[in-house]
Write a protein that binds this ligand. Structure first.
Ligand SMILES: NC(=O)c1ccc[n+]([C@@H]2O[C@H](COP(=O)([O-])OP(=O)(O)OC[C@H]3O[C@@H](n4cnc5c(N)ncnc54)[C@H](O)[C@@H]3O)[C@@H](O)[C@H]2O)c1
Ligand SMILES: [Fe+2]
Length: 394
């Protein structure tokens, strides 16, 4: 039974105010005004800036007298330079807030620009280590309105920005509770133009968030409940969204699942992300695609520590086979169905930088919450297995 897409138009206030549903982008100017933004800097990436969804959103702002300026010098996996350049434009233009419009790259860059717009310390001083976030001047944080155009990262409801350090080839997390956008417009119509391979890759990021958060060994039934429902939505709707890009219900369900993944991973993530961060930073590859390739190997790696949870998950999802084997079979089948490559080698990764990648994975902020403690030899073996395709889960 399909759902009337209009019945999917709702307002949520958790974890931040979210206007969800087809066509809600029409409310962008009103949402900015409520957020106290009169001169937004519109932050998006250079490819999106040319697409009608971005030009139409900019037009909505200028029609409402909000005269937004465009900043689109953002690469996929945004760098510190992108953020510094954006902050300079923010200050030059006398802006008072950011509209972050795009996939995770544009959302993270936009959030970081708003966060840094009134800080005096450099960006890396706010890396998510210890209580670094308390160094920030909260009065110097401008509001962000986030508009996701991919269904994957959930960055629209996240309290971190993932920024690439090009000097060390690492991805660093910039954390502050108030980096989270003050409002979100989640309009699934904006995701209709995402090509099938990118729908699959971004969907794999959402899946990795839900799965890794669920597998973290800490007591957090709220996050676990959200993760399981996110997984259920992804199981049902990711293949449909990949096959039928214009299916608005599939797009809406996947956009919801992506947001839920980011809420769930307040609990933590694991080795999929610990490895995909440095591999992505070294090879400039898409984050979600890497997560999809790594997922079956990390599942095998974590097997002994997650079997009881996989019993519950297989039952909750109504999988045809019980327990770990049922979950592994589902994930392997889904990866095949949405055409995720089987090995890192197929993406052009080799073993020449294995030492740096393993070192960075071990100190990645997501490493401590992997269900099995990560140590060098085992992580190296995991990376090599994913590179070559050894020992895929059955
Ligand atoms: N902040 C967080 O919590 C968080 C979580 C996970 C990932 N990330 C980060 O997010 C980034 C990845 O984000 P992503 O997966 O959304 O990809 P992306 O933002 O890099 O976008 C990928 C490509 O898709 C294009 N695109 C975006 N929307 C489109 C649309 N509607 N139609 C057509 N093309 C479109 C973009 O122009 C770009 O070329 C990485 O840097 C990753 O580290 C952040
Ligand atoms: Fe992710």
């Amino acid at each position: 039974m399909t759902t009337d897409p209009l019945s999917l138009a709702v307002n949520w206030n958790y974890p931040t105010p979210i206007k969800f549903g087809p066509g809600r982008i029409a409310e962008l100017a009103d949402v900015c005004k409520v957020a106290g933004i009169a001169r937004p800097l519109f932050v998006t990436d250079s490819a999106l800036a040319k697409l009608p969804i971005a030009t139409a959103a900019l037009q909505l702002l200028s029609d409402a007298g909000l005269g937004a300026a465009l900043f689109s010098e953002i690469k996929p996996n945004p760098s510190a330079t992108n953020v510094i350049d954006g902050v300079a434009m923010f200050k030059r233009g006398g802006h008072d807030g950011v509209v972050a419009f795009g996939g995770g790259s544009a959302l993270d860059a936009g959030k970081a620009i708003a966060f840094m717009s009134g800080q005096t310390r450099p960006l890396w001083d706010f890396e998510d280590v210890g209580d670094n976030w308390t160094r920030a001047d909260p009065k110097g944080i401008a509001p962000t309105v986030a508009v996701p155009t991919t269904a994957g990262t959930g960055s629209e409801v996240g309290r971190v920005s993932v920024i690439t350090d090009e000097e060390t080839h690492t991805k660093r997390l910039i954390f502050h509770p108030r980096i989270m956008p003050v409002a979100v417009i989640a309009d699934p119509v904006l995701t209709i133009g995402v090509p099938s391979h990118l729908t699959a890759a971004t969907g794999m990021d959402a899946l990795a968030h839900c799965l890794e958060a669920y597998c973290v060994h800490s007591y957090h039934p709220m996050a676990d409940g959200i993760a399981i429902e996110g997984l259920r939505l992804i199981r049902e709707w990711l293949p449909v969204a990949c096959r039928e890009g214009t299916n608005i219900e599939a797009r809406a369900r996947m956009l919801t699942a992506a947001t839920m993944g980011a809420v769930a991973f307040q609990k933590g993530l694991g080795a999929i992300h610990s490895l995909s961060h440095p591999v992505g930073a070294h090879y400039g590859l898409h984050h979600g695609l890497l997560n999809g390739v790594l997922m079956p190997y990390v599942l095998t790696f974590n097997r002994t520590a997650i079997e009881p949870k996989m019993e519950v998950l297989a039952r909750s999802l109504g999988l045809p086979r019980p327990g770990y084997d049922g979950v592994a079979a589902w994930i392997n089948g889904l990866c095949r169905e949405v055409a995720i490559p089987r090995t890192l080698a197929e993406l052009g990764v080799d073993d020449s930088r294995a030492d740096q990648i393993v070192r960075a994975a071990l100190v990645d902020p997501t490493a401590p919450t992997n269900p099995i403690p990560l140590e060098a030899d085992a992580v190296r073996a995991l990376f090599i297995a994913a590179l070559r395709g050894d020992g895929r889960a059955p």
